[in-house]
Design a protein around this ligand. Structure first.
Ligand SMILES: Nc1ncnc2c1ncn2[C@@H]1O[C@H](COP(=O)(O)OP(=O)(O)O)[C@@H](O)[C@H]1O
Ligand SMILES: [Mg+2]
Length: 232
Protein backbone atom coordinates (compact mmCIF):
# COMPACT_ATOMS: atom_id res chain seq x y z
CA UNK A 1 0.00 0.00 0.00
CA UNK A 2 1.48 3.41 -0.91
CA UNK A 3 2.16 5.66 2.04
CA UNK A 4 1.32 9.34 2.36
CA UNK A 5 5.01 10.04 1.71
CA UNK A 6 4.81 8.24 -1.68
CA UNK A 7 1.83 10.43 -2.59
CA UNK A 8 3.88 13.52 -1.94
CA UNK A 9 6.71 12.16 -4.05
CA UNK A 10 4.33 11.40 -6.94
CA UNK A 11 2.69 14.79 -6.84
CA UNK A 12 6.07 16.49 -6.69
CA UNK A 13 7.06 14.68 -9.86
CA UNK A 14 3.74 15.59 -11.47
CA UNK A 15 4.22 19.22 -10.54
CA UNK A 16 7.68 19.16 -12.01
CA UNK A 17 6.36 17.80 -15.29
CA UNK A 18 3.58 20.40 -15.35
CA UNK A 19 6.17 23.11 -14.82
CA UNK A 20 8.15 21.62 -17.69
CA UNK A 21 5.05 21.60 -19.90
CA UNK A 22 4.40 25.22 -19.02
CA UNK A 23 8.00 26.09 -19.76
CA UNK A 24 7.54 24.85 -23.31
CA UNK A 25 4.72 27.38 -23.77
CA UNK A 26 6.58 30.27 -22.23
CA UNK A 27 7.96 32.68 -24.76
CA UNK A 28 8.38 36.34 -25.36
CA UNK A 29 5.11 38.08 -26.14
CA UNK A 30 5.26 39.78 -29.51
CA UNK A 31 4.75 43.50 -29.02
CA UNK A 32 2.57 43.52 -32.10
CA UNK A 33 0.34 40.70 -30.87
CA UNK A 34 0.10 42.41 -27.51
CA UNK A 35 -1.12 45.66 -29.03
CA UNK A 36 -3.36 43.85 -31.46
CA UNK A 37 -5.16 42.36 -28.46
CA UNK A 38 -5.05 45.57 -26.43
CA UNK A 39 -5.95 48.16 -29.02
CA UNK A 40 -7.47 50.43 -26.39
CA UNK A 41 -3.99 51.10 -25.00
CA UNK A 42 -3.15 52.67 -28.32
CA UNK A 43 -6.30 54.77 -28.33
CA UNK A 44 -8.02 52.62 -30.95
CA UNK A 45 -10.92 51.70 -28.69
CA UNK A 46 -13.70 53.25 -30.73
CA UNK A 47 -14.17 53.73 -34.46
CA UNK A 48 -14.38 57.52 -34.14
CA UNK A 49 -11.23 57.63 -32.03
CA UNK A 50 -9.33 55.27 -34.36
CA UNK A 51 -9.81 57.56 -37.32
CA UNK A 52 -8.61 60.57 -35.32
CA UNK A 53 -5.69 58.75 -33.65
CA UNK A 54 -4.24 57.66 -36.96
CA UNK A 55 -4.39 61.11 -38.49
CA UNK A 56 -2.94 62.62 -35.33
CA UNK A 57 0.09 60.30 -35.46
CA UNK A 58 0.71 61.17 -39.10
CA UNK A 59 0.25 64.92 -38.74
CA UNK A 60 2.35 65.08 -35.57
CA UNK A 61 5.18 63.33 -37.39
CA UNK A 62 4.94 65.74 -40.29
CA UNK A 63 5.06 68.75 -37.96
CA UNK A 64 8.00 67.27 -36.04
CA UNK A 65 9.93 66.43 -39.22
CA UNK A 66 9.34 69.89 -40.72
CA UNK A 67 10.38 71.56 -37.49
CA UNK A 68 13.60 69.56 -37.36
CA UNK A 69 14.37 70.46 -40.97
CA UNK A 70 13.36 74.13 -40.59
CA UNK A 71 10.67 73.78 -43.23
CA UNK A 72 7.37 75.66 -43.05
CA UNK A 73 4.89 72.77 -42.89
CA UNK A 74 2.46 72.37 -45.74
CA UNK A 75 0.30 69.37 -44.82
CA UNK A 76 -2.51 67.76 -46.77
CA UNK A 77 -5.06 65.40 -45.24
CA UNK A 78 -7.83 63.72 -47.16
CA UNK A 79 -10.46 61.25 -45.97
CA UNK A 80 -12.48 59.20 -48.47
CA UNK A 81 -15.54 57.34 -47.24
CA UNK A 82 -15.55 53.90 -48.88
CA UNK A 83 -18.77 52.78 -47.17
CA UNK A 84 -19.38 50.15 -44.51
CA UNK A 85 -17.23 52.01 -41.97
CA UNK A 86 -14.14 51.85 -44.16
CA UNK A 87 -12.11 54.94 -45.00
CA UNK A 88 -9.05 55.74 -47.06
CA UNK A 89 -6.75 58.26 -45.42
CA UNK A 90 -4.13 60.27 -47.27
CA UNK A 91 -1.63 62.42 -45.41
CA UNK A 92 1.14 64.25 -47.21
CA UNK A 93 3.83 66.67 -46.07
CA UNK A 94 6.67 68.74 -47.50
CA UNK A 95 9.08 67.53 -44.82
CA UNK A 96 12.64 66.28 -45.31
CA UNK A 97 11.55 62.79 -46.39
CA UNK A 98 12.65 59.43 -44.97
CA UNK A 99 15.77 57.49 -45.92
CA UNK A 100 14.73 54.65 -48.22
CA UNK A 101 15.98 51.76 -46.10
CA UNK A 102 14.25 53.13 -42.99
CA UNK A 103 10.79 53.49 -44.57
CA UNK A 104 9.73 49.87 -43.84
CA UNK A 105 10.77 50.12 -40.18
CA UNK A 106 9.13 53.50 -39.58
CA UNK A 107 5.77 52.30 -40.89
CA UNK A 108 5.93 48.55 -40.46
CA UNK A 109 7.42 47.90 -37.04
CA UNK A 110 5.94 48.77 -33.68
CA UNK A 111 8.08 50.55 -31.11
CA UNK A 112 10.54 51.75 -33.70
CA UNK A 113 11.11 55.48 -33.45
CA UNK A 114 13.54 58.18 -32.59
CA UNK A 115 11.72 60.41 -30.19
CA UNK A 116 11.34 57.98 -27.32
CA UNK A 117 15.08 58.31 -26.71
CA UNK A 118 15.15 62.07 -27.11
CA UNK A 119 15.54 64.30 -24.11
CA UNK A 120 13.37 67.03 -25.54
CA UNK A 121 9.64 66.38 -25.44
CA UNK A 122 8.14 66.54 -28.88
CA UNK A 123 4.72 65.82 -30.27
CA UNK A 124 5.59 62.39 -31.53
CA UNK A 125 6.39 60.93 -28.16
CA UNK A 126 2.83 61.05 -26.90
CA UNK A 127 1.57 58.24 -29.09
CA UNK A 128 3.01 54.85 -29.83
CA UNK A 129 3.89 55.90 -33.33
CA UNK A 130 2.68 55.81 -36.88
CA UNK A 131 3.22 52.06 -37.26
CA UNK A 132 0.36 51.40 -34.80
CA UNK A 133 -1.93 53.22 -37.22
CA UNK A 134 -0.61 51.22 -40.14
CA UNK A 135 -1.12 47.99 -38.21
CA UNK A 136 -4.63 48.94 -37.11
CA UNK A 137 -5.48 49.80 -40.72
CA UNK A 138 -4.01 46.49 -41.93
CA UNK A 139 -5.92 44.35 -39.48
CA UNK A 140 -9.27 46.12 -39.79
CA UNK A 141 -9.36 46.25 -43.61
CA UNK A 142 -6.87 43.63 -44.78
CA UNK A 143 -5.27 46.26 -47.01
CA UNK A 144 -1.67 47.41 -47.22
CA UNK A 145 -0.55 50.96 -46.63
CA UNK A 146 1.12 52.82 -49.46
CA UNK A 147 4.03 55.16 -48.70
CA UNK A 148 5.97 57.57 -50.89
CA UNK A 149 8.94 59.53 -49.67
CA UNK A 150 11.57 61.73 -51.22
CA UNK A 151 14.66 63.42 -49.88
CA UNK A 152 15.79 66.58 -51.64
CA UNK A 153 18.05 65.82 -54.59
CA UNK A 154 17.32 62.11 -54.32
CA UNK A 155 15.07 59.79 -56.28
CA UNK A 156 11.53 59.34 -54.89
CA UNK A 157 10.62 55.88 -53.56
CA UNK A 158 7.30 54.20 -52.99
CA UNK A 159 6.19 50.88 -51.52
CA UNK A 160 3.30 48.94 -50.01
CA UNK A 161 3.69 47.93 -46.37
CA UNK A 162 1.91 45.53 -44.03
CA UNK A 163 3.04 44.48 -40.56
CA UNK A 164 3.61 40.81 -39.78
CA UNK A 165 1.96 40.75 -36.37
CA UNK A 166 3.76 37.56 -35.33
CA UNK A 167 7.24 38.93 -35.84
CA UNK A 168 6.66 42.70 -35.67
CA UNK A 169 8.47 43.13 -38.96
CA UNK A 170 7.43 44.96 -42.12
CA UNK A 171 6.39 43.03 -45.20
CA UNK A 172 7.16 45.22 -48.20
CA UNK A 173 5.96 44.87 -51.77
CA UNK A 174 6.15 46.96 -54.95
CA UNK A 175 9.20 48.88 -53.74
CA UNK A 176 10.01 51.16 -56.67
CA UNK A 177 11.76 54.39 -57.57
CA UNK A 178 9.56 56.90 -59.37
CA UNK A 179 9.39 60.47 -60.56
CA UNK A 180 7.30 62.54 -58.17
CA UNK A 181 5.99 65.36 -60.32
CA UNK A 182 6.10 68.77 -58.68
CA UNK A 183 7.62 67.49 -55.44
CA UNK A 184 11.00 68.49 -54.03
CA UNK A 185 10.90 66.59 -50.76
CA UNK A 186 8.35 65.08 -48.43
CA UNK A 187 6.34 62.06 -47.41
CA UNK A 188 2.94 60.72 -48.47
CA UNK A 189 1.06 57.99 -46.66
CA UNK A 190 -2.14 56.32 -47.73
CA UNK A 191 -3.89 53.69 -45.63
CA UNK A 192 -7.28 52.08 -45.23
CA UNK A 193 -8.92 51.91 -41.83
CA UNK A 194 -12.19 50.90 -40.19
CA UNK A 195 -13.56 53.97 -38.50
CA UNK A 196 -16.34 56.45 -38.14
CA UNK A 197 -16.15 60.03 -39.32
CA UNK A 198 -17.66 62.30 -36.70
CA UNK A 199 -18.38 65.98 -36.41
CA UNK A 200 -18.04 67.88 -33.16
CA UNK A 201 -15.47 68.36 -30.46
CA UNK A 202 -13.40 65.20 -30.97
CA UNK A 203 -13.51 65.37 -34.76
CA UNK A 204 -10.68 65.33 -37.26
CA UNK A 205 -11.89 68.73 -38.47
CA UNK A 206 -11.57 70.28 -34.99
CA UNK A 207 -8.22 68.62 -34.38
CA UNK A 208 -6.75 69.94 -37.64
CA UNK A 209 -8.23 73.42 -37.11
CA UNK A 210 -6.77 73.59 -33.58
CA UNK A 211 -3.43 72.18 -34.71
CA UNK A 212 -3.19 74.99 -37.27
CA UNK A 213 -4.03 77.54 -34.58
CA UNK A 214 -1.23 76.37 -32.28
CA UNK A 215 1.13 76.06 -35.27
CA UNK A 216 0.45 79.33 -37.08
CA UNK A 217 3.45 78.76 -39.38
CA UNK A 218 1.82 75.58 -40.72
CA UNK A 219 -0.67 75.34 -43.53
CA UNK A 220 -3.04 72.42 -43.24
CA UNK A 221 -5.37 71.52 -46.10
CA UNK A 222 -8.18 69.13 -45.29
CA UNK A 223 -10.57 67.40 -47.67
CA UNK A 224 -13.41 65.84 -45.69
CA UNK A 225 -15.35 62.71 -46.73
CA UNK A 226 -17.98 64.87 -48.47
CA UNK A 227 -15.27 66.41 -50.66
CA UNK A 228 -15.27 69.81 -48.93
CA UNK A 229 -11.83 71.44 -48.84
CA UNK A 230 -10.72 73.51 -45.86
CA UNK A 231 -7.44 75.39 -45.58
CA UNK A 232 -6.44 76.12 -42.00
N1 LIG B 1 6.42 62.35 -42.20
C1 LIG B 1 7.65 62.06 -41.77
N2 LIG B 1 8.72 62.71 -42.27
C2 LIG B 1 9.98 62.43 -41.86
N3 LIG B 1 10.28 61.50 -40.94
C3 LIG B 1 9.26 60.81 -40.40
C4 LIG B 1 7.90 61.04 -40.79
N4 LIG B 1 7.11 60.18 -40.11
C5 LIG B 1 7.93 59.46 -39.32
N5 LIG B 1 9.23 59.82 -39.48
C6 LIG B 1 10.41 59.27 -38.80
O1 LIG B 1 10.04 58.04 -38.25
C7 LIG B 1 10.26 58.03 -36.84
C8 LIG B 1 9.24 57.17 -36.17
O2 LIG B 1 7.98 57.79 -36.14
P1 LIG B 1 6.94 57.32 -35.06
O3 LIG B 1 6.76 55.86 -35.18
O4 LIG B 1 5.70 58.15 -35.18
O5 LIG B 1 7.67 57.56 -33.67
P2 LIG B 1 8.14 58.93 -32.98
O6 LIG B 1 7.37 60.05 -33.67
O7 LIG B 1 7.74 58.79 -31.55
O8 LIG B 1 9.62 58.98 -33.18
C9 LIG B 1 10.23 59.50 -36.45
O9 LIG B 1 10.95 59.73 -35.27
C10 LIG B 1 10.90 60.13 -37.65
O10 LIG B 1 12.29 60.01 -37.56
MG1 LIG C 1 5.30 59.95 -34.11
Amino acid sequence: MPSAKDDTITSTAAKKSIAEDLAKKQREISVTEFFEKNKHILGFDSRAKSLLMGIKEAVDNSLDACEEANILPDIYVRIDDLGEDEYRIIEEDNGPGIVHKMIPNVFGRLLFGSRFHALRQSRGQQGIGISATIMYGNITTGKAAHVKSMIEGDVARQMDIVIDTKTNRPVVSNDTAFIWEGKEHGTYIEYYIAGKYMNGKQSVYEYLKNTAIVNPHARITFVDPKGNTFVF
